[in-house]
Write a protein that binds this ligand. Structure first.
Ligand SMILES: [Zn+2]
Length: 194
């Protein structure tokens, strides 16, 4: 199928209510960007294509990601916002790094977007946290340590702020920097996971 026909058929599929997971499966692997996420503490799990042509944002998948990363402590009218696309790309890059090492697990999001009110109520949260700007995610990956997850983040040039904690890793799309939350300062080996 030629590209324009293919994209048109995708648009049609979305309109016909075809699930984003089915769209993801239908798109050629070379051009699609699909993010596999789960929300900690809820049953939400998505395999969402946020780019299917290698260039533009595929909105049905993008909005699915924004919905999963919403602030769950407030009504959707306040908590469901546009997540920074660079943050989504950074999460995708981390997942690709893990996949290269045979780790086929979702990123489990413990915190995504936070309203100011939720951020203020979050223990140890920075006042100017990137979560408030929908540019950050806290996450873990089943079966691997937060140290290995941190290293996967570190391995990708797109990664902005990276925070290393006992039970999660913070990844945002602001300036590249890193810090240690509630763990002793680690010595990252040159031959780390990735
Ligand atoms: Zn965070």
């Amino acid at each position: 199928m030629r590209r324009p026909e293919f994209l048109l058929s995708l648009a049609g599929a979305a309109l016909a209510g075809m699930s984003p997971m089915a769209v993801a499966a239908a798109v050629p692997a070379a051009t699609r960007r699909v993010l596999w996420l789960r929300r900690a503490g809820y049953s939400d799990e998505i395999v969402a294509p946020f780019c299917v042509d290698g260039r533009t944002v595929y909105m049905p998948g993008y909005w699915q990601i924004c919905w999963l990363m919403r602030d769950r402590h407030v009504a959707p009218a306040q908590g469901y916002v546009q997540v920074d696309i660079v943050e989504i790309e950074a999460l995708w890059e981390v997942q690709q790094a893990l996949l290269l090492h045979g780790i086929r697990e979702p990123l489990v999001i413990t915190s995504g977007y936070r309203t100011v009110q939720t951020n203020n109520a979050t223990e140890n949260a920075a006042r100017n946290s990137m979560h408030v700007y929908a540019k950050a995610a806290d996450m873990y990956v089943p079966g691997i340590s937060t140290r290995d997850l941190f290293n996967a983040c570190w391995s990708r040039a797109i990664s902005g702020g990276m925070g290393y904690y006992d039970d999660h890793v913070h990844l945002d799309s602001a300036t590249r920097r890193w810090w240690v939350g509630d763990l002793p300062v680690p010595e990252f080996a040159r031959t780390s996971l990735v």
